[in-house]
Design a protein around this ligand. Structure first.
Ligand code: UDX
Length: 458
């Protein structure tokens, strides 16, 4: 019989924000369910912030980013945070590896968030295998690859861009960091381009997508790197109700009452509710919040709107009372439970990659309102490639999306011929997502291949 120490031991190291932790903890759980020992390494700050959620089959350990008391928010900006994360992160990751070396189950491989390429250098220093994990969609990574290798003609922000395997991209479809000279955006651009600086040394490159979702982009990027698509990283129990496994999705960094949303949804009829969320980071202007509020109210559908506590003051005065029974505003929601609730007919989303793959996997049509980073490219795919939603247009004069446009996009998804087509497409993608991660599917096979190539270091 196989003894416990025969299983390879992997450390999974996400970049410390909600949208990167969620897919990587899910991937860890999947590896654990297939027999690996997986340890999630999060920063001390994240570990102290996360809400009581247990990690189930995955053990948790910590490294430091140098900001144990306040994390990224305490750093004064991303340009200060990243160098310190690299310096202190490398040192404490090394200490973690040494700590485990003294146990009966030392570490064999580090699966690191591609946003932290220094972790690969640490892995190699200790003679371990290293797997880069790209949390975002393949097309976005491939755009960054092209920028990193100067394969695009500059300037690239005023004309449409043609990249093999991707649809023609207008400037508004490109990831936002590419075309801005703003200080923090330059630091973010450095972070996403750095993903490629040492990647040739990686033993594996894992991408959080599935083959059929982005086949052309995956084929193009596979010509330069051997990629393994392993997504979507949505717990199987949500994809297939027959599967019994750990329902917990991520480590919530916000304390909330999950039954508030579910209880409210249970009183609504199927397909009648717009679920609105802009993820864990995006911040909107008060004017934009007001337009969303009015657009939702004017549409006359029910809505469940996640407004984080830090954004709440931007809601128009008296709006909660005004919308009455029509709307529920919460600070955070159990998003997968919400999206899989049959009352939800549309997801009004900022197009974060996790929110998008969750909606695709659960067959929920979308209104796409991308804000920054990868979301603009994801919005392009939602509307024009997967055809599972309608993307809002920004008003040229005001620079925001006005209430009439918001109401119109909601109606196009919820009603009429276009809505019907979108719902059909959403159903199709749901099936394909399930197929990819189901037994013998493309992602399932790739995960098996990854596991079969892991070698014990001792
Ligand atoms: C960030 C970036 O902004 C995003 O563009 C990138 O693709 C990933 O990292 P974030 O903006 O938080 O992420 O969005 P998203 O990728 O959608 O991740 C949010 C996660 O929080 C999702 O897994 C979602 O299910 C979860 N969530 C969100 C909740 O559980 N409850 C909520 O109320 C809102």
């Amino acid at each position: 019989m196989e003894s416990k120490v025969d299983k390879p031991h992997v450390i999974v190291l996400p970049y410390p924000i909600q949208g990167h932790i969620n897919p990587m903890i899910q991937f860890s759980k999947r590896l654990a369910s297939k027999g690996l020992k997986a340890t999630l390494a999060i920063t001390v700050f994240i570990s102290n912030t996360m809400k009581p959620e247990s990690s189930g089959s995955v053990q948790i350990d910590t490294i430091s980013d140098g900001y144990d008391a306040g994390g990224l928010a305490a750093s004064g900006g991303i340009q200060y945070y990243l160098p310190r994360l690299e310096a202190i992160g490398s040192k404490t990751l090394g200490e973690l590896i040494i700590k485990h070396k003294k146990t009966s189950h030392p570490i064999d491989c580090i699966i690191y968030d591609a946003a932290m390429p220094w972790a690969l250098d640490v892995a190699k220093q200790f003679g371990l295998q290293g797997a880069a994990f790209f949390t975002q969609m393949c097309a976005v990574n491939y755009i960054y690859y092209n920028v990193h290798h100067k394969l695009l003609n500059l300037p690239i922000c005023s004309t449409p861009i043609s990249i093999p395997g991707l649809p023609l991209l207008q400037p508004r479809d490109l990831p936002s960091f590419i075309c801005s000279s703003e200080g923090s955006y330059i630091a973010y651009l450095g972070r996403v381009l750095n993903q490629f600086k040492n990647i040739d040394k990686a033993d594996f490159i894992l991408v959080n997508t599935f083959y059929k979702l982005e086949n052309e982009a995956v084929d193009s990027m596979s010509k330069v790197y051997p990629l393994l698509t392993i997504g979507p990283t949505v717990p199987s129990v949500y994809l297939d109700k027959r599967v019994e496994n750990d329902k917990a999705y991520g480590l919530d960094l916000i304390d909330f009452n999950s039954s508030t949303s579910s209880d409210w949804l249970s009183t609504k009829y199927p397909g009648s509710v717009i679920y609105v969320s802009f993820g864990s980071v995006t911040s909107l202007s008060s004017k934009q919040m007001e337009e969303i509020a009015r657009g939702l109210n004017n549409s006359n559908f029910y809505f469940l709107w996640v407004v984080r506590a830090s954004e709440e003051a931007k809601l128009p005065k008296g709006f909660k009372e005004e919308s009455g029974e029509k709307g529920l505003i919460v600070n955070w929601s159990p998003q997968l439970d919400v999206l899989s609730n049959e009352a939800v007919g549309c997801f009004f989303s900022h197009c974060g990659w996790n929110s998008t793959t969750e909606a695709l996997s659960l067959g929920v049509p979308m209104v796409a309102m991308p804000q920054w980073t990868d979301q603009t490219t994801v919005g392009k795919y939602i509307e024009d490639v997967w055809k599972v939603g309608v993307r809002v247009k920004i008003d040229d004069d005001s620079g925001i999306v006005n209430r009439e446009e918001i109401e119109s996009c909601i109606r196009q998804v919820m009603e009429g011929e276009r809505g019907k087509e979108i719902k059909e497409n959403a159903k199709k993608w749901r099936e394909l997502a399930l197929e990819a991660v189901g037994e013998g599917g493309t992602s399932d096979r790739n995960i098996d291949e990854f596991m079969s190539k892991l070698r014990r270091t001792t």
